[in-house]
Each structure stands twice: as C-alpha cells, then as structure tokens.
Design a protein around this ligand. Structure first.
Ligand code: GLN
Length: 574
C-alpha cells in the first residue's frame, strides 16, 4: 500500500518547503524505498506555460512536454527521477476537467457541486500520480490559511479517510522569525499555523521549524505543548549554505527513522550518504573556482529574481562543479551593453567561460552575437543553450561563411538568409498533433555523430547508457514515441528536453558544415527531415544545443554538456 506524506507550509511562503519535500524523498530513497512527489499549485492557470518567469521563477519542462512549476525541478534534482507533468496539479486543471465533464453530460443530470466533485477529482489525480511507489510526497503550494488551498486540504482529509490514517502523515513546514529589534525567536506564527491547519481537521505529525538559527529547547517545548506532538517530531531546520545539506541535517535528527516508525516501517537498507556528503563538501569548499559569464537580456528582471528565473542553469553549473570539485562563480552580463558599446565585449576576457541561455524575441540579440563572436575568436569555452545555439549558428554564418544578412525569422521575418527558421512542415505536424501550439516541447531523441565531442561527453558521463535504457521505456508509449522522433538502428541516441519553435534551417546545413561547423547530432522528424540538435567547433571548446540539458542535471549525475563546459573552463583558467 502506497504511503502518503503531505507537506504543507505555515506562516509564509519561500521558506524552502520544496527543498524540504525533496529532502524527505531523498532520505526515504536512501532507506531503500521508491518515492515520487506531487506539487499542488492552487492557482487557476492550467499550467505554468503562460506564467511570466520573472514573477514565478523559471518554467520547468518535463519529459512528456509539460510546462510546469519549478518545484518539480527541485524534486528531480534531489531524487534523480523523471517526473511527469501529471505530478503538478493546479486548480485550473481540476475545474476544467469537472466543467468539461459536466458539458459532456457525464454527470447524468446530477447537480455538480464543489463538494464532492472537486475534491474527488483532486483525489483521482493524486492517486494516478502516485504510480505504485512506496511513498508519495504531496506538497501543498502556498501557505495554510490561503482560501485557494481549502479544496486541496479537504481532498487530502478525504483521501486519509479512504486509505486509512495509518497510510498518511502530515508534515508542517513552518518559519520562526527572529525580529532584529528583540533578537528572540518567535513561535507565535507557528502556533497560529497549527491552529489554522486544525480548522481543516488536520493535525501535523511532524513540524519542521525553519529559522535563521537552530531551535532551542525552550521553543521546542512550546511548540510541542501547543501542537500536542511529541518533541522528537519537532525538527529544527536552520539556514544553511547549500540546499543539498538539508537531507544530511534532517538525518542528523534521525528524521528517516522517525518517519518510517510513524508508518510502522523499518529501513530496508542502511543509508549511504558518503557520496552525497562528498559532493556537498565540494560545493561548500571547492578546490578551484571558475568564473562564468551568462550573457542574456535581463533588463526587465532585476537582480533579485535572476537566480530564480534561471535556476536550472544555475543548478546545472553547480552540479557539474560539484562533480569536478570546482566552484562556479556566475556573473550575469546584460547583452544590451555590448550593443551600446561594442568594444566593451572585451571584458569577456576576464571569464573562463561564456554561456548564452535560452530566450525569446529580439531584445539584446546583437549583443549576444557579439559576445559569441568574441568567445569563438578568443577560444573562450562557450556553451549555447537553445537560443544560444541559434545565435551561434547566425554568428558563424555571418562571420565565417560571409553571409552578412544571416538571421532568424523570429526577429527578421523577411531576412534573405534565414539561418534559423520555423519549418513549414513542422508547423503543420505540430498543429495537427495533440500538443497544440507550435513549440517543440519535452524529450526528443538526438542521433549522435560518431567521434563528436558532444557524443564523447554523453559517453564519459554515463549518460548515453542511461538514455538508451530510457528510450526503450519511452517508446512503449505511442504519444511519446511520436514526439521523440524516428530512431535509427545501431546509432547512438541521447535524450534531452526542449522548449522552442525555431530550428537551424535544413537548407543551410551543408554550407555551414563545409565552412567547418560540426553538427554533432540531429533529431529525425516523422517526415524524415533531420533537425539539428547540437553544434561544435573542432579544436576548441565551443558547443551548443537546441535542447535544454539543464533540466536533466542532478547532483551526482551532472548534465554532460555542462560537465564538459566546466571542465574546459577549468582547463582554460589555468
Ligand atoms: N526563441 C527560440 C525559439 O523559439 C529559442 C527558444 C529558447 O531558447 N527556449 O526557437
């Protein structure tokens, strides 16, 4: 019988409920159990596809083409899993399903009501997403007391009744402020959160206390008394430097054992934390540090949200660094300034590597191209992600192939040299398919060029082997198989996630290749048109991908392209 652990937040959001949820999952995995995680987002958007990343953080893309909340990314990074889009449940999805069903007459004349129809749909979705795992973590977005959370709390209470109290546990993640004028840790907001939760008939089995400092015995006692909970179940989780320390810290409080005991279960294996510890140690005290410039358009973001809007790239660099015992110092450079003053691009010589990340629209594009040109000529390691590949192809066409008008039709629809273009047939295929829009979304297979640098990175990191196994799994699902592309026998194939519309124009591939650009992998579309997935330049560290490999980077299992990039940056820095 699957066990459910519901994680809800008190006091305020942004205290690390997502990483705590992921950490609990990681601990249970280490104790020998299979785990998945579900994120409930109580907003009315159907998914995060239309949410502004600058407000809500980055849009996370799943293997099955979901554009969803970034917490699923946190789960994947900690748990080393591929989590499908159904594991993100929004109010919008729930209501849409119920209303669609009503319109189709499926309720056979009943009055369709908030209760029971909405919680029933929520329960159905939670059960489906649990997918026969030993444990399912269900994180409720927002905080206790939000009106929008009511249907979800009601549904969870009802799920508890269906499956039995012994199969469901509640964890409250709360925050204990220390106001600077009194320098005393306050438990009152936590007490309020406990009371609010009890209004939904929910009494926490564990309370995780986030705070600047560790909880002392006096506050612990207060919470214990107020919540009527044994003191062992009040767990302190003070601020730390790296989120990857959290599972280790929770385990210091023997959290794994305690939660298993709550379910009358025992460890299946003794946890092996040594490798994780080593990686965390590398993050905290790296032997060397490299300086990386990420060149993008940041005007409308503001420094504050930058890290959140590009969280996966950040994390991918961190993971690669951890595996190489190298710290990665990230600097965000606004490409606009290379447009205002072309010479200022020379500041890139102070960096060990340059990244141009994904992006949309024309703002700052010429500055990105200038930066890529500088990196290519001066042999500074370069990694182009999606838009970063497209811009690199344009730079190469303009300055190596002498096609001065080279551009992308995303910005210059009438350009005479559409190096990057939307493919007419692709548009047709995509519009006809069930995926709606014109975006290439989710996992796609790339058939790799023998002896290429990129293939070697997938081999060296063990990713090629992993992906070969996964492909067989994905190909069993017809919808997925259609999306992934045509596979070729005896070829080496890798999988990465995508989120883009434009492609390297097949009409120019030969010309670019003749001039020295290597296409190290392609996706074979259903109509047998190959679409370019990777580029590289021989004899230097200059690579790009049409995909977003940052979505498949995990601590201890870094993304091959990021691994290669940080490794080369380290070499370059010497
Ligand atoms: N704007 C480009 C496209 O749609 C790149 C998108 C991206 O970088 N994710 O193809």
């Amino acid at each position: 019988m699957t066990k459910f652990i519901v994680v809800a937040g008190g006091v305020m959001s942004g205290v690390g409920k997502g990483v705590t949820t992921a950490s609990i999952g990681k601990i249970l995995q280490e104790h020998g159990y299979t785990v998945t995680a579900i994120k409930i987002d109580p907003y009315l958007n159907y998914d995060a596809g239309t949410l502004r990343p600058t407000e809500h953080g980055e849009v996370w893309v799943t293997d099955d083409g979901g554009e969803i909340d970034q917490d699923l990314g946190t789960y994947e990074r900690f748990l080393n899993l591929e989590i499908p889009k159904r594991n993100n449940i929004t109010t919008g999805q729930v209501y849409k399903t119920v209303i669609d069903r009503e319109r189709q007459g499926e309720y056979l004349g009943q009055t369709v009501q908030f209760i029971p129809h909405i919680p029933d749909e929520i329960k159905k979705r939670i059960k489906e997403a649990s997918d026969h795992n030993d444990f399912v973590l269900v994180e409720v977005g927002g905080t206790i007391g939000d009106y929008e959370n009511i249907p979800f709390l009601f549904a969870l209470k009802s799920l508890e009744r269906d499956i039995g109290t012994e199969n469901l546990s509640y964890v409250l993640v709360t925050y204990l402020p220390i106001p600077s004028h009194i320098e005393e840790m306050k438990t009152k907001p936590t007490q309020q959160a406990i009371r609010l939760l009890s209004e939904s008939g929910i009494f926490p089995d564990f309370i995780i206390c986030r705070a600047k400092r560790p909880l002392d015995s006096v506050r612990k006692k207060k919470i214990e008394t107020y919540a009527n909970i044994i003191s062992e179940h009040v767990i302190s989780e003070p601020d730390i430097e790296s989120v990857y320390q959290i599972p280790l810290d929770l385990e210091k409080e023997r959290f794994g054992e305690k939660i298993l005991k709550e379910f009358k279960m025992k460890s299946k294996k003794s946890p092996q934390w040594s490798e994780w510890k080593k990686l965390v140690e590398n993050i905290l005290n790296p032997k060397k540090t490299v300086k990386i410039a990420i060149v993008g358009k940041y005007i409308d973001i503001g420094d504050y949200n930058l890290a959140d809007s590009y969280i996966s790239i950040n994390q991918a660099l961190l993971h690669a660094g951890a595996s190489l015992n190298t710290g990665v110092e990230i600097n965000w450079l606004d490409s606009k300034k290379f447009e205002d003053n072309k010479k200022s691009v020379a500041e890139l010589k102070n960096y060990d590597g340059v990244i141009v990340p994904g992006g949309f629209g024309g703002s700052g594009v010429e500055g990105k191209i200038t930066a890529i040109n500088y990196a290519r000529i001066n042999k500074i390691p370069y990694l182009g992600l999606c838009y970063g590949l497209q811009m690199a192809a344009i730079e190469f066409a303009r300055n190596v192939c002498n096609l001065k008008d080279a551009h992308t039709t995303e910005i210059a629809p009438k350009t005479k040299v559409p190096i990057i273009d939307v493919q007419p047939t692709q548009r047709k295929i995509l519009e006809k398919s069930m995926y709606g829009g014109t975006m290439r979304l989710g996992a796609y297979a790339a058939i790799m060029k023998d002896k290429s640098q990129v293939l070697k990175l997938y081999q060296d990191t063990g990713r090629l082997k992993e992906d070969t196994k996964k492909l067989n799994e994905l190909m069993k699902d017809k919808k997925q198989a259609f999306r992934i592309g045509i596979l070729e026998k005896n070829k080496k194939i890798v999988l990465e996630r995508h989120r883009h519309r434009y492609e390297v124009n097949p009409d120019y591939v030969d010309l670019l290749e003749k001039n020295g650009l290597i296409f190290s992998g392609y996706y074979m579309r259903a109509d047998h048109t190959p679409l370019m997935e990777y580029i590289e330049l021989p004899g230097q560290s200059f690579r790009g991908t049409q995909g977003h490999p940052e979505f498949k980077s995990r601590l201890g299992n870094p993304s091959p392209l990021f691994y290669g990039f940080v490794r080369d940056a380290l070499k370059y820095s010497k």
